[in-house]
Design a binder for this molecule. Structure first.
Ligand code: NAD
Length: 357
C-alpha cells in the first residue's frame, strides 16, 4: 500500500528530472535540490532554509515547490525551468560565509542545470557568499551585478495582474475609487499599496506587525483593520500578500469582493475545492503563480545578461497580457482561472519539448 507521504511516489507523480541530496558534516549543512523540469531552460528556484522534522518532510517540500517553479516560469513566459532547494536548519550550523560557500559548491556540481536564489529563510546577503563558489546564483546584491531585492518588481507584476483582472470584471482597468484590501504589508504588500494609492484606489490594510503598518501609512492614507477582520470588509478587490493557504473553506464565504489578486504564494488551501468555492461565489481569482512571477522575472533578467532594474520592470509588463490571455482562456474553455493558467503553462512547455524532439 502506498504511504501518503512516500517520497518515491510523490517523485514519480510530479515527473522530476533529478533530485540531489547534499550533506556536509563540518558546517552542518544538509538539504535537497530538486530539478523538476528543464525543457524551457535551466531550473531556477530559491533556497528555502526551514526547520524540517526529518529529511522526508524536506524532500516532500522541495518536490512540491520545484514543480511550482516550472509552472511559474512558464506562465511568466520566460525561458527557465523549475527547481528548488531546501536546507534543513541545524542547531549547530553558523549560517556564515563558510556555510553558504560550501552550499555553493554543491550547486556548482550541477553544472548550471540548477540556479539558486533567495527564498523563505534566506536573504540577498547569503547569495553573496554562495556566489563565491558558484556562478549559478541569482538575486545577488547590487554590487555583484545582481538584481537584489525582487519585491518592488513582484509588487509591480501583482499590480498589473490586478489591473488586467479589473478590466475583465469591470470593463476597464482603472483602479481609481476601487476599494482594495491588502492583507500583509511587508515587502510586496507595501510596494503594492504604493501603486494603488498613486492610482487613487481606496486602500484597506491589515497586518500583525505594527511597524509595517506604520511604514505603509507613511505612503498615504489607508484604512487599517484588525488582521482577522480583513476577510469581512466591503471591498472590490482582495489582495493576499502575507502567508499562503489563506483562501479556504472558512474565509471564502466571508469575502465580499469580485476579484482576488495578490502576491502571496500558494493562496489556495485546497487547490481543487477552493477553486470551486470561488467559482460558486463568482469571484475572479487571478492565479498567484502567474501574477507574482515578477520575482522570478527579476532573476531571469540577471541570469540572461547585465542586470538592469528598468529591464526587470519592462519584463514584468508581460504579466498584464498573460493575465488577460489566461482569463480569456478560462471563459472560452469553461475552466477555472487556476486551471487555465496551468494549461497555458503546460502548453508552452509541450511546444518547446516538441521543438527538441
Ligand atoms: P514579508 O515577510 O516582507 O511580508 C509579509 C507580511 O505579512 C509581514 O508584514 C507580516 O507581518 C504579514 N503577516 C503575516 N501574517 C499575517 C496575518 N495573519 N495577517 C496579516 N498580515 C500578516 O514577505 P514578502 O516578501 O512581502 O512576501 C509576501 C508573500 O509574497 C509571501 O507569501 C511570499 O512567498 C510571496 N512572494 C514574495 C515575493 C518577493 O519578491 N518578495 C515573490 C513572490 C512571492
Amino acid at each position: 500500500m502506498e504511504h501518503p507521504f512516500d517520497p518515491i511516489v510523490k517523485m514519480k507523480d510530479f515527473g522530476h528530472e533529478n533530485v540531489y541530496f547534499f550533506n556536509d558534516k563540518a558546517t552542518h549543512l544538509q538539504g535537497v535540490i530538486a530539478i523538476h523540469n528543464t525543457v524551457l531552460g535551466p531550473a531556477l528556484g530559491g533556497t528555502r532554509l526551514w526547520t524540517y522534522v526529518n529529511s522526508f518532510e524536506a524532500l516532500h517540500d522541495v518536490l512540491r515547490l520545484s514543480r511550482g517553479m516550472t509552472y511559474k516560469s512558464s506562465a511568466a513566459g520566460i525561458n527557465l525551468g523549475g527547481g528548488k532547494a531546501v536546507i534543513m536548519r541545524h542547531p549547530e550550523a553558523k549560517y556564515d560565509k563558510a556555510y553558504w560557500a560550501r552550499y555553493g559548491e554543491f550547486v556548482e556540481r550541477l553544472g548550471g542545470n540548477y540556479i539558486t536564489a533567495a527564498d523563505v529563510g534566506t536573504k540577498t546577503e547569503f547569495m553573496r557568499y554562495i556566489a563565491s563558489s558558484t556562478s549559478s546564483v541569482a538575486g545577488k546584491p547590487d554590487d555583484l551585478g545582481g538584481g537584489g531585492d525582487p519585491s518592488p518588481v513582484t509588487a509591480y507584476g501583482v499590480y498589473l495582474g490586478m489591473k488586467a483582472s479589473a478590466k475583465k470584471v469591470y470593463g476597464n482597468d482603472g483602479l481609481e475609487g476601487k476599494r482594495v484590501a491588502v492583507q500583509g504589508v511587508g515587502q510586496v504588500g507595501r510596494y503594492l499599496v504604493g501603486h494603488l494609492l498613486k492610482e487613487g484606489a481606496d486602500v484597506i490594510i491589515a497586518d500583525i506587525n505594527e511597524d509595517n503598518i506604520k511604514a505603509t501609512l507613511a505612503l498615504g492614507s489607508c484604512q487599517v483593520v484588525p488582521p482577522d477582520a480583513v476577510y469581512d470588509q466591503e471591498m472590490d478587490i482582495y489582495a493576499p500578500c502575507a502567508l499562503g493557504a489563506t483562501l479556504s473553506e472558512e474565509t471564502i464565504p466571508r469575502l465580499q469582493c469580485s476579484i482576488i489578486a495578490g502576491g502571496a504564494n500558494n493562496q489556495l488551501k485546497d487547490e481543487v475545492e477552493d477553486v470551486k468555492r470561488l467559482q460558486a461565489r463568482d469571484i475572479l481569482y487571478a492565479p498567484d503563480f502567474l501574477i507574482n512571477s515578477g520575482g522570478v522575472i527579476n532573476c531571469y533578467i540577471e541570469v540572461i545578461g547585465e542586470y538592469n532594474r528598468v529591464k526587470a520592470f519592462e519584463g514584468c509588463e508581460r504579466i498584464y497580457s498573460r493575465t488577460e490571455e489566461t482569463l480569456h482562456y478560462a471563459s472560452t474553455h469553461g475552466v477555472s482561472t487556476q486551471d487555465a493558467a496551468l494549461a497555458l503553462a503546460q502548453e508552452r512547455i509541450d511546444k518547446a519539448k516538441k521543438l527538441t524532439e
